[in-house]
Design a protein around this ligand. Structure first.
Ligand code: PLP
Length: 406
């Protein structure tokens, strides 16, 4: 009997997950995985943050914890602490009662939840969401998935290997008023290039003048610079200026809780009443998609964020990760300089966060994979976390070869 699904075409594999599978299947001892956006130690191993390990133990010993459903919008202490983390303890939006939130399925779920709300309730019908060129691939998929048209704003300038601020601002100027702009507050994925405070001011000026809606997506707070406040600068600046906004927060990287799917959608609205209305609609929509969010990861995050001592330990863990990555940028830069690899490489140290956009071209990436067993995405993005003192020289030599000969 024929299947009713006979005519369904197969979908392509996800590039990042496929890359990890290819790396795992490679038996060469020299192999290097620079694809996946997950932290690795100097030994190339995943890292359970010591503070998370501690929280795990506290939870195991807590006889009051059960496995009951969480409320539809999630764990109240987690939500409150997440909002405070991104907006800052002294945020006027919090003081005025117009900052709210929904616990979501990690950062991805928070972007989805915000996008789904906009697809149903945003008053500018047909408004497009502008995403940076390039951006995290899921942004397009999520917004298109809820029926919001997606357009791109210029971001990466291949000439300077930095921010194309002029192009970005021109696009914001020419976009129809009330467009949605998805912005990365820090550690832009995939380029590692962030606007400076003065550039954020220029961006905010245009966003305000044009009445665009700000949708921040932050997956690297504290992980980028090691400072939670510094990495939240852009968000807090926009709040200070009075913008309404959504902020998708992921705790995958800064807590190393990748598989626990701990995330939050922070909402900053004009009034407490509007904030309540938005939350009520999100609760209604969330009920129909996940019913209620998972508890484990949010309990870990909540324990740490709501305890001064654990919070301090978390900040130390964050510094450990951020500093190792920063030192790997320096090491790679020094190796390439030593080799005299053609081209300029200062962007490697100027960029910030987990990723570096190397400027390597797709054919060069192919050689890196086939000849050197080094795995990275075709756009030349490398995850700095995959480098360590044992493989950085090998990687630099491989880069030197492909730049000279391919
Ligand atoms: N947004 C950006 C920009 C990211 O880089 C990521 C992860 O790579 C995410 C969101 C979401 O991550 P997760 O859903 O794993 O928390």
């Amino acid at each position: 009997m024929a299947s009713v699904f006979e005519t369904v075409p197969g979908a392509p594999e996800d590039i990042i997950f496929a890359l990890t599978a290819a790396y795992k299947a490679d038996t060469d001892p020299k192999k290097v995985n620079l694809g996946v956006g997950a932290y690795r130690t100097e030994e190339g191993k995943p890292w359970v943050l010591p503070v998370v390990h501690k929280a795990d133990h506290i939870m195991v010993d807590d006889e009051n914890l059960d496995h009951e459903y969480l409320p539809i919008l999630g764990l109240p202490d987690f939500r409150k602490a997440s909002v405070k983390l991104i907006l800052g303890a002294n945020s006027k939006a919090i003081a005025e009662g117009r900052a709210g939130s929904a616990q979501c399925i990690s950062g991805t779920g928070a972007v989805f939840t915000g996008a789904q709300f906009l697809s149903r309730h945003y008053p500018f019908k047909g408004a497009a969401c502008y995403i940076s060129k390039p951006t995290w691939a899921n942004h397009r998929a999520i917004f298109e998935g809820v029926g919001i048209p997606v357009l791109e704003y210029p971001y990466w300038d291949p000439e300077t290997k930095g921010l194309d601020l002029k192009g970005m601002l021109a696009c914001m100027e020419s976009a129809p008023s009330g467009s949605i702009f998805l912005l990365h507050p820090c550690a832009h994925n995939p380029t590692g290039v962030d606007p400076t405070p003065d550039q954020w001011k220029q961006i905010a000026d245009v966003m305000e003048a044009k009445g665009h809606f700000t949708f921040f997506d932050t997956a690297y707070q504290g992980f980028a610079s090691g400072s939670l406040d510094k990495d939240a600068y852009s968000v807090r600046y926009f709040v200070e200026r009075g913008f309404e906004m959504f902020i998708a927060q992921s705790f995958s990287k800064n807590f190393g809780l990748y598989s626990e799917r701990a995330g939050n959608l922070t909402i900053v609205a004009r009034t407490p009443e509007i904030k309540n209305t938005i939350e009520s609609q999100i609760a209604k929509a969330q009920r129909a998609v996940i019913s209620n969010p998972p508890a484990y990861g949010s309990r870990v995050v909540s324990l740490v964020l709501n305890d001064d001592k654990l919070y301090g330990e978390w900040e130390e863990n964050l510094s450990t990760m951020a500093n190792r990555i920063i030192s790997m940028r320096q090491a790679l830069f020094e190796e390439l300089t030593k080799l005299g690899t053609p081209g300029t490489w200062n962007h490697i140290v100027d960029q910030i966060g987990m990723f570096s956009f190397t400027g390597l071209k797709t054919p060069q990436v192919k050689v890196l994979k086939e000849k050197y067993h080094v795995y990275l995405t075709d756009n030349g993005r490398i995850s700095m976390a995959g480098l360590n003192t044992k493989n950085v020289e090998y990687f630099a030599r491989a880069v030197d070869d492909v730049v000279r000969n391919h």
